[in-house]
Design a protein around this ligand. Structure first.
Ligand code: NAP
Ligand code: F7E
Length: 334
């Protein structure tokens, strides 16, 4: 089979990083996008690869669109990154979250089974499946799932469906149980990017407050560019399997805030941060910490970017964005 890969969720955060990595390995990359009046290619533009990907129209909630794509392409590898991925909104959008994240995976796997059973399949599983399933202070492949949100629940269904197609039909299907990973193209609604964007706005006088929810929550935050390499490695193994991927270090939202304000050159973050109940969740996942020994041993993967470097990279990127736009405003008002 030719080195072809189909990425669903190509316009999100991970899609562009994975596409860039696969292109560097000589793959022909197809990216699935929803038929939108105005799709946003900003993240692909940021990485400079918009013209290097070939696009196909499809929607995870439309079974026949997935069948048609798989039948036409018969790709060597499928990376299923598409999802309603924002935990915080998943209570209000529980039905669509379930349709896209859970049933969408069933549809896609059925399409592969019917039309391209040699295709290797990657499912973007998540540490949110663990939720409160933390009996030892960390999570690994043996930790019980106890999801705390419609998002987490939908991903548990997708996880087991991926395992079941492997066990029932012998398909090459893998789950990457990835812990939080961030980057300068992280969606603005997620806490890390919301903070770095807020710091940049405050720095340039475009805001004077940053409204946040639970500062005590702890996450194992890594860099998206590192994590997509682990996903590729999973599909290069002799046998399909499931892997936890994380840095093995966690930090609170408060620590992220402190560091981001420091890199933004703004003293006394407490002056700007407002605790706002609107951003607290009906059920929180208080703490996540990966024990990713299997990925390190079997895949030979380890993260390259540290927490400190990640925060600095994101703050610098947002400062640059606002610097350019404030310069543009000054020029255009002349
Ligand atoms: P993201 O930025 O939210 O991107 C998700 C993409 O899915 C978006 O481009 C979106 O398309 C697309 N999508 C949503 N609904 C769709 C539908 N019905 N049909 C087709 N495409 C649809 O997410 P990400 O951070 O890149 O994460 C990638 C995957 O990894 C997701 O499945 C997420 O749940 C999972 N994950 C993420 C993390 C993390 O920390 N980032 C950790 C573990 C697992 P539009 O652009 O059209 O909205
Ligand atoms: O929240 C707390 C919030 O929305 C992180 C997704 O990629 O990673 C992501 O899910 C923590 C939570 O990410 C605000 O309560 C405080 O404890 O950045 P987040 P998430 O929920 O961990 C997992 C692995 C995925 O799979 C998901 O797809 O930060 N927090 N104040 C806040 N969170 C947000 N969003 N906004 C706040 O103002």
């Amino acid at each position: 089979m030719a080195k072809t890969a189909l990425i669903t969720g190509i316009l999100g955060q991970d899609g562009p990083y994975l596409a860039k990595f696969l292109l560097s390995k000589g793959y022909k990359v197809y990216g699935m996008i929803r038929r939108y009046s105005n799709p946003n290619f900003g993240n692909l533009d940021f990485l400079g690869i918009t013209d290097k990907v070939e696009y196909v129209d499809g929607d995870m909630s439309d079974e026949s669109s997935l069948y048609n794509i798989v039948k036409a392409l018969r790709p060597l590898e499928v990376y299923n990154l598409a999802a309603q991925s924002f935990v915080g909104r998943s209570w209000d959008l529980a039905k669509i979250t379930t349709e896209v994240n859970a049933l969408g995976v069933l549809y896609l796997l059925n399409a592969i089974k019917a039309y391209s059973p040699m295709t290797k399949f990657y499912q973007a599983s998540t540490s949110e499946m663990f939720g409160l399933g933390n009996t030892k202070g960390y999570q690994d492949e043996n930790t019980t799932f106890h999801p705390r949100s419609p998002y987490g629940i939908s991903k548990v269904y997708a996880f087991w469906t991926t395992v079941n197609f492997r066990e029932s039909y012998g398909l090459f299907t893998c789950n990457g149980i990835l812990f939080n990973h961030e980057s300068p193209i992280r969606g603005i609604q997620f806490v890390t990017r919301k903070i770095t964007d807020g710091v940049a706005k405050i720095k340039y006088g475009l805001a004077n407050k940053l409204h946040l929810g639970n500062l005590d929550a702890k996450r194992d935050w890594g860099f998206a560019g590192d994590f997509v390499e682990a996903t590729h490695l999973m599909l290069q193994q002799k046998n399909p399997d499931d892997y936890v991927v994380g840095t093995g270090e966690n930090h609170s939202v408060r620590e992220f805030v402190e560091l981001a304000f420091k890199y933004g050159g703004i003293p006394n973050w407490k002056k700007y941060v407002v605790i706002d109940p609107r951003f607290k969740r009906p059920a929180e996942v208080p703490e996540l910490l990966a024990k990713g020994d299997k990925a390190r041993k079997v895949l030979g993967w380890k993260p390259k970017v540290s927490f400190d470097e990640l925060v600095r990279m994101m703050v610098e990127a947002d400062l640059k964005r606002y610097k350019i736009s404030s310069k543009f405003k000054i020029q255009s008002s002349k």
